[in-house]
Design a protein around this ligand. Structure first.
Ligand SMILES: [Mn+2]
Length: 255
């Protein structure tokens, strides 16, 4: 989990620089009440244990009828949140924003690597992937199948859509959103492990999420895989902004 461990602190710090007013929704999301929980301690434990702790924390937030928002962190931690979510919402589906398919069965000796996260998610719930533009040879068959079934949209596929209906119609009523920072174009978020060119713009992602939030019940979301860079705050500021804007849209509809 090297590199991503400092992301939560850097995103929270960047959030202090955000204007509290959101132009788009004509609202101040902070007035709804945003509680920043202490960080989940994940140092010196196995990936399985880290996922388990994330699961327990998310479960307690859901039990309190609150909206869990996870700021990470290694992408595999999303598994803990999805597991907690599907226990409450049996029809749960996941919307993945990511440059990578993350469909490997195992990677570097573990089934709980960031490179396997969507394979593990797909074993729990259906999901739709958007922004995918980097696929390993051993993922290519399943990627092609999912792309043909319109369960995965490359950035090129996404840009050919006239509206977001094809994405929305595949999702169930209750949706968990997982955003890997590298789904964005690296000009917006250079601070990632694998900056893949030709990613989504802020506007593209913001508009698509707006449509999903308007039509679905969002049970939780996460923003993962940021790696802060020295001397460049673009990444964490963009991360803080999208998290705040997603909250603004969810709050406008009402929890
Ligand atoms: Mn990724």
């Amino acid at each position: 989990m090297k590199g991503t461990i400092d992301a939560p602190t850097s995103i929270i710090e960047a959030s202090y620089q955000l204007e509290l007013y959101d132009i788009e929704t004509d609202s101040q999301p902070h007035l709804e009440g945003i509680y920043t929980a202490p960080p989940i301690s994940l140092r010196a434990i196995s990936p399985e244990e880290a996922i388990k702790r994330t699961y327990t924390e998310t479960q307690s937030v859901l039990k309190a009828s609150k909206l869990p928002v996870l700021i990470g962190g290694e992408h595999s931690l999303s598994l803990g949140a999805v597991k907690a979510g599907v226990e409450v919402y049996s029809d749960l589906s996941v919307l993945q924003i990511d440059a990578h398919a993350d469909l490997r069965d195992s990677y570097e000796g573990t089934e709980y690597s960031h490179a396997c996260v969507m394979k593990r998610v797909s074993e729990m719930v259906p999901y739709i992937g958007v922004g995918i533009r980097s696929v390993a040879p051993d993922e290519s068959e399943i990627f092609k199948r999912k792309r043909k079934a319109k369960e995965i949209f490359t950035v090129a596929d996404f840009r050919q859509l006239e509206n977001f209906e094809a994405i929305v119609e595949k999702l169930s009523d209750n949706v968990y959103i997982t955003i890997d920072a590298d789904g964005f174009d690296p000009s917006l978020i250079p601070g990632v492990g694998t900056p893949e060119p030709d990613g989504l713009t802020f506007d593209e992602l913001n508009r698509m999420l707006g449509e999903v939030i308007a039509t679905k019940n969002i049970v939780g979301f996460d923003f993962m895989e940021l790696r802060p860079m020295k001397g460049d705050v673009r990444s964490e500021f963009t991360a803080a902004k999208i998290v705040y804007k997603v909250l603004a849209k969810i709050f406008r509809i009402g929890l």
